[in-house]
Design a protein around this ligand. Structure first.
Ligand code: NAD
Ligand code: GLY
Length: 352
C-alpha cells in the first residue's frame, strides 16, 4: 500500500493499491467506530464496485445503505444533491455516521458537498474510480454542484477523512475517460516535475498507475497544503484549464474535460514559446507527450469563438486574467494578462 499523508486543517491519508477495495472496512475501523454508512455512487459504478465496498464495510461491522445517482456531469445538480440529502435523512444518518463517495469526480464532488452540508457536516471517504478523480478531485476537499449558468458554482471546502484508491477499478474505464485523466497526469509533470514528465514519456505504453497516481497526489497535496482555500498558489492546478474551459464550453460539453485541458495546455505552451517565455523545444515536448497519450493538441474552434468563451469565464477580474504559463517542463508560474491581449495569446496558441 502506498500511503500519502495530507496534513491540511483536518489531516487524512490517501491510500493507493491494486485490489484494496476489500480492505476498506478493516482500515476504516482504525479511523471510525462502527456506524451507519451511506455509499453514494452512480448508476455505472455502483453495479461494478458497490457489492465489494458494501461487503467490506459490513464484515467490519458497519451497516450500509447505497444510492446511485445517474452517471455523468448532467447529474451534478442541486436537484440530485437534494435527492441525496433526502436519502441520507430517510435512512436516519446521524451527525456521527459516514458517507462514502464511490465513483469519479462527479460523484466525489456532489457526495462531498452532501457530506459538507448534511446536518452541518458529516465525515466522508473518497473512493475515486476514474484516473481524473484519483489524481485530482478526490484530494483537496473541493466539493460542488453545477448551476445551469455555470459549473461548480455552489460548493464548500470539506476534506475527506480518507481517500481509498483501488487502482484495479480503473481497468473498466472507457478509453476516452481514461485519456481524460492522462491529460491531468501530464499537467502535473509540466507543472512541477521534469523527471516525472520524462517517466511519462518513456513509459507511455505501459505506465505504472500506482506510481503515477502517487506522484500526482503528492504534488497536489503539496500545493493544497500551501493554499488549502484557493487564495493563490492553488490556481497553478488550472494549468491548461483557461483555454481548455473555453474549448469545453464551445463544444457545449460534448468534448471530454481532459481532452479540452490537453488542447489548452498545448495552446498555452505554444503562446508562451512565441513570447519567449519558454523554449520552442518545451512546447514541442508537451505536444509530443500529449499526442503519445492519444490526446488532441489543436482546438477545433477558432479565435472568435474561443475569445468570447474565455472572456465570459468567471476567472476574469478587473479586466485581466491569470494564466498559468510554462517557463520549462516542470516550471510554471502565474502570469497576469490584460483581457485586451487575450486574442493575441489565443492566436499565438494556434487559434485561427
Ligand atoms: P465522472 O465522474 O463523470 O466519470 C466519468 C464517467 O466514467 C461516468 O460516466 C462514470 O459513471 C464512469 N466511471 C467512473 N468510474 C468508472 C469505472 N471505474 N469504470 C467504468 N466507468 C466508470 O467524471 P470525472 O472525469 O471522474 O470527473 C469530472 C468531474 O470532476 C467534473 O465535475 C469536475 O468539475 C470535477 N473535478 C473536481 C475537482 C475537485 O478538486 N473537486 C478537480 C477536477 C475535476
Ligand atoms: N482541481 C483544482 C483544485 O483542486 O484546486
Amino acid at each position: 500500500m502506498t500511503t500519502i499523508p495530507v496534513p491540511v486543517s483536518h489531516p487524512y491519508e490517501v491510500c493507493i493499491q491494486s485490489g484494496c477495495l476489500a480492505g476498506l472496512g478493516e482500515h476504516l475501523l482504525t479511523l471510525h467506530r462502527p456506524c451507519a454508512v451511506a455509499v453514494i455512487s452512480d448508476d455505472t459504478v455502483l453495479p461494478l464496485y458497490g457489492a465489494a465496498v458494501e461487503e467490506s464495510l459490513r464484515s467490519a461491522g458497519f451497516s450500509v445503505v447505497s444510492y446511485a445517482i445517474p452517471s455523468g456531469e448532467s447529474a451534478k445538480t442541486l436537484q440530485t444533491y437534494g435527492e441525496v440529502l433526502t436519502f441520507l435523512a430517510e435512512n436516519h444518518l446521524s451527525r456521527t455516521d459516514l458517507l462514502v463517495a464511490l465513483g469519479g469526480g462527479v460523484v466525489g464532488d456532489l457526495a462531498g458537498f452532501a457530506a459538507a452540508t448534511y446536518r452541518r457536516g458529516i465525515d466522508y471517504v473518497q473512493i475515486p474510480t476514474t484516473l481524473l478523480s484519483a489524481v485530482d478531485s478526490s484530494v483537496g476537499g473541493k466539493t460542488a454542484v453545477d448551476l445551469t449558468v455555470g459549473k461548480n458554482l455552489v460548493g464548500a471546502f470539506h476534506q475527506p477523512i480518507l481517500v481509498w484508491c483501488d487502482v484495479d477499478t480503473l481497468q473498466t474505464l472507457p478509453e476516452a475517460i481514461y485519456r481524460d485523466g492522462c491529460a491531468e497526469v501530464i499537467k502535473y509533470g509540466l507543472l512541477g516535475d521534469a523527471d516525472f514528465f520524462a517517466y511519462l514519456r518513456d513509459h507511455h505504453e505501459s505506465p505504472d498507475l500506482t506510481k503515477i497516481i502517487a506522484r500526482c497526489v503528492a504534488m497536489k497535496r503539496d500545493i493544497v497544503c500551501e493554499d488549502e482555500f484557493d487564495r493563490g498558489l492553488r490556481q497553478l492546478l488550472n494549468l491548461g484549464h483557461t483555454f481548455g474551459h473555453a474549448i469545453e464550453s464551445c463544444s457545449h460539453y460534448s468534448l471530454g474535460h481532459g481532452h479540452c485541458v490537453a488542447m489548452g495546455m498545448a495552446m498555452i505552451c505554444r503562446a508562451a514559446a512565441v513570447r519567449g517565455l519558454c523554449s520552442a523545444e518545451t512546447a514541442a515536448a508537451v505536444e509530443s507527450l500529449l499526442t503519445a497519450y492519444g490526446l488532441p493538441i489543436e482546438s477545433p474552434y477558432g479565435l472568435e469563438a474561443l475569445s468570447a468563451a474565455v472572456l465570459s469565464d468567471k476567472k476574469i477580474m478587473g479586466g485581466s486574467l491569470a494564466l498559468i504559463v510554462p517557463r520549462a517542463v516542470g516550471q510554471c508560474g502565474l502570469h497576469t494578462v490584460p483581457a485586451t491581449e487575450l486574442r493575441d495569446w489565443l492566436r499565438d496558441g494556434g487559434a485561427l
